[in-house]
Design a binder for this molecule. Structure first.
Ligand code: ADP
Ligand code: ADP
Ligand code: MG
Length: 650
């Protein structure tokens, strides 16, 4: 076994690989971009090397810098994770030329499977069933259109260099062929720099079923059964599971045998996946599955296979790369129970899955259960940012059960328990999908999500009681303050009158005012939108506070209320800044400090009355005031209220 390896990746997969390395006593080296200097994968590693700026082309795709980092730190091998350089045969050769081991297949294996058309020709020769279609060299439109007619519509035009669902067009009608071809070529050219395509029969009621394979450098190859990844949106996987629902012994034997045959045809070493497309219009039949492509790497959804086989696939990758034989023979690998994986993304399903960014102010995953029912794979912690530079996957929830229903119930519960505030996520969508009647019954195909998108992305509106709780929690009145808190006096002065404490609560484009009155028994009355709620501090709602917001969790849904508070905003952004600005138009009601004065962090400086509320503006840090707004001044949104002397700021 290696003494030290470098992980050429980030996020959850880098953390995943390191976990196994650490268990095996292998030291780990992380590489990171400037944006990831504080990332979890960097913290987890024994050593870390900065390899460049945030854009992937300047960091995680810089094979030269990654190899330099490995040599400099004395790592013997490089694990590529998935994505990035994992399927780049030139990189594999450069790694080997530097005297290092690539933890994955040979460059020749990757090349053989890298282009879909060549891979299909190779598989045909090896006797693996391939989707009926044209995988030849000719690219003239007349040839392709004729082939399409011979194949029979509908057909699928695919970029031969394709990946990630890009460069594909389904064509129903021969009249649309030319336009679809032009579109697929444009997309392929832009994404892969290669506009060549193949044409395939479009399989009706398609299911995506793939087989995990593993080879070593001693001529052994095994399979670890199948995964069903038919729950897709725009050809991208959403929820994966193992085994495939409705799988028969006969079908499994045929698919797994074909997959091992495919792996052997290219002397495959390491972890790989053979993806098949299945015509499920008449159930699962052994003569209705076809090779689609091979992914010559560890797959995002590999944990479901680990859950049902008990095999640590990363451990096998390390052992095989170190020259060991496969730890198990085919007959020693057994399926047990059922597993699911759901991919949690920062995206907004209600806005056609627009990618979201933001800071994960609050993050709570279900507790991993010691019996192995739940596994959480993530590369982020609370406080981390989802940046536009990288894949917006936040985490994967993986569950296991004795049967499909048990594993699915565990998945639904795990999704509902997950709390994320600060960025929009697809949690409600995943929960709806996991609870969908067709999905629950195992009636899956790749078009199901698109057909049911409206129902699956519908979101319940928050109730008025939740808004009232948000207002109460935003007020801070439920939490005791330290005795020497300089706020105490001012809070009393500014906020408590016969009218109680006022707070604005916004949701969507609606804003309401809440009036909070503390009761003698420790409870509170919250008046909001003409309704009164009597709430005790333990009101039973799950919630998270973050700057300017309160998120109330209701099952998988997080209702985020805007509860603007300039103090919180100041804490978030201006811990070292030199100006405090008005968060909204208002009136400077009271000024408690003067320019030239030395103030202490937390010292109240002025009170701004805005949107019928009084906001206390306090010093975010120690410093000397250069300027402070005048009492009685009307200020606009964003106006400077306080400016510190520059030499002291920060
Ligand atoms: P999987 O079946 O493992 O999800 P994918 O082909 O969807 O396989 O890719 C897995 C990961 O690899 C993605 O999440 C993404 O990070 C990366 N990836 C794959 N293809 C591309 C691509 N064309 N462009 C950018 N990233 C890609
Ligand atoms: P990628 O490299 O982008 O992953 P694939 O060839 O694996 O490309 O196809 C991605 C997805 O497109 C599949 O999982 C499946 O849902 C759909 N698909 C691919 N080929 C066909 C086909 N011939 N008929 C129907 N659907 C297909
Ligand atoms: Mg694929």
């Amino acid at each position: 076994m290696f003494a030290k390896i470098l992980i050429a990746n980030r996020g959850e997969i880098a953390c995943r690989v390191m976990r196994t390395a650490q268990r095996l006593g292998v030291s780990t080296v992380a590489v990171h971009s400037d944006a990831d200097a504080q990332a979890l994968h960097v913290r987890m590693a024994d050593q870390a090397v900065a390899i460049g700026p945030a854009p992937v082309g300047e960091s995680y795709l810089r094979g030269d810098r990654i190899i330099e980092a490995a040599v400099a730190t004395g790592a013997e091998a490089i694990h590529p994770g998935y994505g990035f350089l994992s399927e780049n045969p030139d990189f594999v050769e450069q790694v080997e030329a530097a005297g290092l081991v690539f933890i994955g297949p040979s460059s020749a294996s990757i090349r053989a499977m890298g282009l879909k058309d060549a891979a299909k020709r190779l598989m045909e020769k090896a006797g693996v069933p391939v989707v009926p279609g044209y995988h030849g060299e000719a690219q003239e439109i007349v040839v392709l259109a004729t082939k399409a007619r011979e194949i029979g519509y509908p057909v699928l035009i695919k970029a031969r260099a394709g990946g990630g669902g890009k460069g594909m067009r389904r064509v129903e009608d021969p009249d649309d062929f030319a336009e679809a071809l032009a579109g697929a070529r444009r997309e392929a050219k832009a994404a892969f720099g290669d506009e060549r395509v193949l044409v395939e029969k479009y399989i009706e009621k398609p299911r995506h079923i793939e087989v995990q394979v593993f080879g070593d450098n001693h001529g052994n190859a095994v399979h670890l059964f199948e995964r069903d990844c038919s729950a897709q949106r725009r050809h991208q996987k959403v929820i994966e599971e193992a085994p495939a629902p409705g799988m028969t012994d006969e079908m499994r034997a045929a698919m797994c045998e074909a997959a091992v045959k495919a792996a052997r045809a290219i002397d495959y070493s390491g972890a790989g996946t053979i993806e098949f497309i299945v015509d499920a219009s008449e159930g699962l039949r052994p003569d209705r599955f076809w090779f689609m492509e091979m992914n010559t790497r560890l797959q995002v959804e590999h944990p479901v296979t680990e859950m049902v086989t008990g095999v640590d696939l990363v451990e096998w990758q390390l052992r095989v790369a170190a020259g060991e034989r496969l730890p198990k023979r085919q007959g020693e690998i057994a399926l047990e129970g059922h597993a699911f994986e759901a991919r949690i993304y920062a995206e907004d399903p209600t806005r056609d899955f627009l990618p979201a960014t933001g800071k994960l102010h609050h993050l709570r995953f279900p507790e991993a259960i010691a019996d192995g029912t739940i596994r959480v794979e993530t590369g982020v912690r609370a406080g981390d940012r989802i940046s536009p530079f990288y894949d917006p996957m936040i985490a994967k929830l993986v569950t296991h059960g004795s049967d499909r229903a048990a594993a699915l119930a565990a998945l639904r519960a795990a999704i509902a328990e997950t709390e994320i505030a600060g960025s929009t996520t697809n949690l409600p969508f995943l929960h709806a999908l996991a609870g969908d009647e067709a999905f629950s019954s195992g009636d899956v195909d790749t078009g199901m999500i698109a057909r049911r998108q409206e129902a699956l992305t519908a979101l319940p509106a928050p109730g008025p009681r939740q808004a009232a709780v948000a207002a109460l929690e935003a007020s801070g009145l439920t939490r005791p303050r330290p005795a020497d808190d300089p706020w105490d006096t001012l809070v009393g002065y500014a906020h408590f009158g016969s009218n109680g404490f006022r707070r604005m609560v916004g949701f969507g484009n609606r804003t309401m005012e809440a009036r909070i009155v503390p009761l003698a028994d420790g409870r509170f009355t919250v008046e909001l939108g003409g309704e009164n709620f009597t709430l005790s501090p333990d009101h039973g709602e799950r919630f998270a506070l973050w700057p300017g917001h309160v998120t109330i969790f209701d099952g998988p849904v997080g209702h985020s209320f805007a509860t603007p508070d300039p103090l919180e905003a100041a804490e978030d952004v201006a811990a070292g800044g030199d100006t405090l600005r008005a968060p909204m138009p208002g009136l400077v009601k009271l000024v408690r400090a003067a320019s030239g004065e030395a103030v202490k962090k937390g010292q109240p400086l002025l009170i701004l009355e805005a949107m019928k509320m009084e906001h206390t503006i306090a010093a975010p840090h120690d410093g000397i005031l250069a300027e402070i707004a005048a009492e009685g001044a009307q200020v606009t949104d964003g106006a400077v209220l306080v400016r510190f002397e520059e030499s002291v700021a920060g």
